[in-house]
Each structure stands twice: as structure tokens, then as C-alpha cells.
Design a protein around this ligand. Structure first.
Ligand SMILES: [Cu+2]
Length: 284
């Protein structure tokens, strides 16, 4: 059981040019709602209290070819270094991966969750293609050996035509969405900032409305939830209350740090396919 919520504070420095700087270490809060590290944590060496090895780590984000262009294959390079600038090479596997990389467009319309491969010298790489030009924010989520979960982020710029100017995100009137052949309903136990909120997903067959009972583990859990504030400054990565659940319900607990609008992406796996369902909520 793992109920940690990682929160990256508003500390990252916006950089319009790709790969020409470092980010500050983002704040990393254990929201402390009954996290139990002694039992049932299968990830090994998990110790939220010993944050020291993660202190002053830096991530630099770059494109292998120097810059990225919309609709062209590119390679993202993420380099993790310590406070002296030396590469960090020891990481713990966390939810089956050494690093989780979340990439979102500035308007939060585009979301991807990918897994860079460790190439030595503190460097991870992953191929990707951006569909549009514009600003994107990248969040590298990892656990240095002996340390705690860490998220470092940075804005990058992708050349090329921007997507149609889109309106600011607005809260969904109804928290029910169809994705492929599924209908997903989200309910929140509350909508107040600084109070624990349980997010309950109900995942049904879109046609028959029958609950899906055989969700498969995705990265070692029934689902993964990433939450960003509208300005992409607040990042929350939330794991399920019961990682071994198989549907139709999947529950997550988190605490929204401020009032405002947040976008919530839930990711689940069924019949070998991962699906992502986005919702926008307002927290008061
Ligand atoms: Cu991941």
C-alpha cells in the first residue's frame, strides 16, 4: 500500500529555450495520510524520511539535436546531477521504472507519460514527437538511491506551429467521460484545498454500463493519477489507496495545495491497453 503524494512546488524556473538551464529542486511533500512504509510496500528501500540524498539535485532537460520541432521525431535528454554538478547514477525502481517523465503543453491539452531509459552519466533519454509547437513543461519523477521521490521540472520550447489558440481550461460540468469503449466517472469526496480528498473512479463499459472488474495493473498499480494546477506549477502524482484493486472502482487520496483549477489525468490498463482520462475540477 502506498499513498504518497508527490508535490512539486512553484519553484521551477521557466525557460523558453530548451535545455539551457537547471531547475531548482522541487518541494517534495509526503502528505502523510496513513502512508505505511513497513507493510505492503513492494518497492524496496522506500523511506520518505531520509530526504538527504535528494537535496540539491538538479535536472537539465534538452533535446539530443539541440532543439525540437513539431511533427519531427526528437529525443529528450534528462540529466540528473548533484549539487556539485556531478552526475547521479543510482536510482531506485519506482513503479517499475527508474524515471517517469510527464510532458504537458502550456494549455494542458496535451499530456504524455513516458519512461526515459538510463544511459549512464546521469542521463536518461526517450524518443518522442510533439504534435505542435509551443511551450511544454516536463516533470521528471524519480527516486535517487536511498532518497525519496523527487520531481524536477522545466519549461521547454518546441519550434513549429502552435495548436489553435485554446481557451483557458474550465471545470467539467459533469465528471463523466467516454474514452474508447469505456465510460469513466470521477467523484471527489470534497473540493476544498488543504484537506484530504478521495478521488474515486468508476470504470464501466460504455455500451453496457457494466463495471469493468478486470483492470490490469499499470506500472504495478491499478492506476496512476497525475494532477496539475492550471498554471502547471503544482504537480501531484497520486497512487491508489489499494494498488491491487481491479475495478470497477479505483480510489486515490490527495490534498490540493491551493484553491483554483486543476486538471487530473487518470491512467488505467485493460486488455493490454493503457487509457488516459482527463478531468478538470475547481478546488475552493
Ligand atoms: Cu510512469
Amino acid at each position: 500500500m502506498k499513498r504518497r503524494t508527490m508535490l512539486a512546488g512553484a519553484m521551477s524556473i521557466a525557460l523558453l529555450l530548451a535545455g539551457c538551464g537547471n531547475t531548482e529542486l522541487a518541494a517534495n511533500n509526503d502528505s502523510g495520510h496513513g502512508a505505511n512504509h513497513a507493510q505492503g510496500d513492494t518497492h524496496g528501500g522506500h523511506n520518505a524520511e531520509s530526504a538527504a540524498p535528494a537535496d540539491h539535485l538538479k535536472a537539465s532537460f534538452a533535446f539530443a539535436s539541440g532543439s525540437a520541432k513539431a511533427n519531427e521525431k526528437t529525443e529528450i535528454k534528462v540529466r540528473i546531477s548533484d549539487k556539485d554538478g556531478s552526475p547521479v547514477n543510482d536510482f531506485e525502481v519506482n513503479h517499475e521504472k527508474l524515471m517517469h517523465l510527464i510532458v504537458v503543453s502550456e494549455d494542458l491539452s496535451s499530456f504524455s507519460h513516458i519512461h526515459p531509459e538510463f544511459k549512464g552519466e546521469g542521463t536518461f533519454t526517450v524518443p518522442t514527437t510533439f504534435l505542435n509547437g509551443g511551450k511544454y513543461k516536463m516533470f521528471a519523477d524519480f527516486k535517487p538511491a536511498g532518497g525519496s521521490g523527487t520531481t524536477l521540472s522545466e519549461w521547454v520550447h518546441v519550434e513549429g506551429e502552435a495548436a489553435q489558440p485554446s481557451a483557458a481550461i474550465a471545470p467539467d460540468a459533469k465528471l463523466v467521460k467516454e474514452v474508447g469503449d469505456k465510460e469513466i466517472e470521477l467523484s471527489l469526496s470534497g473540493t476544498k484545498a488543504n484537506e484530504e480528498v478521495t478521488l474515486s473512479y468508476d470504470i464501466r463499459d460504455a455500451k453496457t454500463k457494466e463495471g469493468i472488474q478486470n483492470l490490469e495493473p499499470y506500472l504495478g498499480a491499478v492506476g496512476h493519477v497525475v494532477i496539475l494546477s492550471q498554471d502547471a506549477e503544482q504537480y501531484l502524482h497520486v497512487h491508489p489507496l489499494d494498488e491491487k484493486a481491479t475495478g470497477p472502482k479505483a480510489e486515490f487520496a490527495t490534498t490540493f495545495p491551493h484553491s483554483g483549477i486543476y486538471k487530473i489525468w487518470g491512467q488505467f490498463q485493460h486488455k493490454g491497453e493503457v487509457f488516459t482520462v482527463p478531468f478538470v475540477v475547481e478546488i475552493k
